[in-house]
Design a protein around this ligand. Structure first.
Ligand code: ADP
Ligand code: MG
Length: 314
């Protein structure tokens, strides 16, 4: 724990990420409860271990439906709906491709195109059959795998925020490695400078009572023969998404929304993304491009200060 201006910071490593909790009073036991809650939810949702509720669905692919807890069912229902939006680049049945690429994990390789093509056939969200009464999920084709990696942190951040509110906490920040959620005002959140040293920032985002989620192609990637392969896959091609964007940040009330829209907007690119955002007044965005431009949406719910002179505002 370190103290600065009466802010108490607690950290842990969970979900393969550094987790940071900031409070305005020293409350070790509350921090322990928060980390315990994160661990509990990770245990339900992870696909990076042999056993979890989500893995029990995957193990039964092509065989039988599996009944799951209410939060897992609801999250899957939302993920399915978003995956089936017209033109959506979000696809929670991307599991077989994620496992094959192993990006960010030991043994990452560029799979042969024919293999990717074959795996794409297993990524049809229509083939996830939900039953509300039984609260069951059935993957209709053998080999299908769901992966909630793009939204698990957002969901968990929302649960933590609600938990802190129930505990009468009015001022707090939780950072789940890219997903930041805030309670109260006066929070400054750094926007990371891509492919630079870990502390370098493009600028600072100021928010009150908002979620700030960033998804970037510089977070997890590997390089082979001069090409970079990052961890956000294009469900239309089976390869990493390839466009003019380096990162997408979403500012919203809920972190689950933030997580969903970072991936959706990523897939739309700058022009498509901005047009789409124009119809979503409750969702704001900061787009960073390969051309070192920073593009801001309306800024009703945040303010942004540019710090790095290699980047410029558009
Ligand atoms: P992180 O916060 O870890 O950078 P993101 O929120 O950007 O993660 O989501 C990336 C993760 O989502 C990948 O590691 C993978 O598990 C999963 N994923 C990759 N591509 C897609 C996609 N097109 N749709 C949904 N999930 C995806
Ligand atoms: Mg995400």
């Amino acid at each position: 724990m370190q103290t600065e201006d009466r802010i108490y910071a607690y950290s842990a490593v969970l979900m393969g990420s550094p987790i940071l909790l900031k409070l305005f009073s020293d409350n070790q036991s509350l921090a322990a409860q928060v980390f315990g809650l994160i661990k509990q939810l990770e245990d339900l949702l992870t696909v990076n271990r042999p056993h979890s509720e989500v893995m029990s669905i995957n193990h039964a692919a092509g065989s039988h439906p599996v009944s799951v807890s209410e939060p897992v069912f609801n999250l899957i229902k939302r993920a399915r709906a978003v995956s089936l939006l017209p033109g959506s680049c979000f696809n929670f049945t991307i599991g077989p491709l994620v496992k094959r690429w192993k990006i960010g994990f030991h043994g990452d390789t560029v799979p042969p195109a024919s293999e990717l093509q074959a795996l794409l056939a297993l990524t049809d969200a229509h083939q996830v059959i939900l039953n509300e009464q039984e609260r069951s999920v059935w993957l209709a084709m053998a080999g299908m795998e769901i992966d909630l990696g793009a939204i698990a942190k957002g969901y968990i951040a929302d649960v933590i925020k609600n938990f802190l509110q129930q505990q009468q906490v009015t001022q707090a920040l939780i950072n789940l490695g890219g997903n930041v959620h805030t309670l109260g005002s006066g929070w400054s959140i750094g926007l990371k400078k891509p492919f630079s040293d870990p502390d370098a920032l493009i600028g600072v985002i100021e928010v009150a009572n908002k979620s700030v989620v960033t998804s970037g192609i510089y977070e997890r990637y590997f390089e082979r023969e001069g090409r970079r392969y990052h961890h956000i896959l294009d469900p239309r091609t089976g390869y990493p998404l390839d466009n003019e964007l380096l990162s997408v940040t979403i500012i919203s009330d809920d972190s689950l929304d933030g997580d969903i829209y970072t991936t959706l907007i990523y897939g739309m690119g700058v022009e498509g993304g901005l047009a789409y955002l124009a119809g979503l007044p409750h969702i704001e965005a900061i787009l960073v491009t390969q051309a070192k431009e920073v593009i801001l949406s309306s800024q009703r719910q945040f303010s942004f200060r540019l710090l790095d002179d290699e980047y410029h505002l558009r």
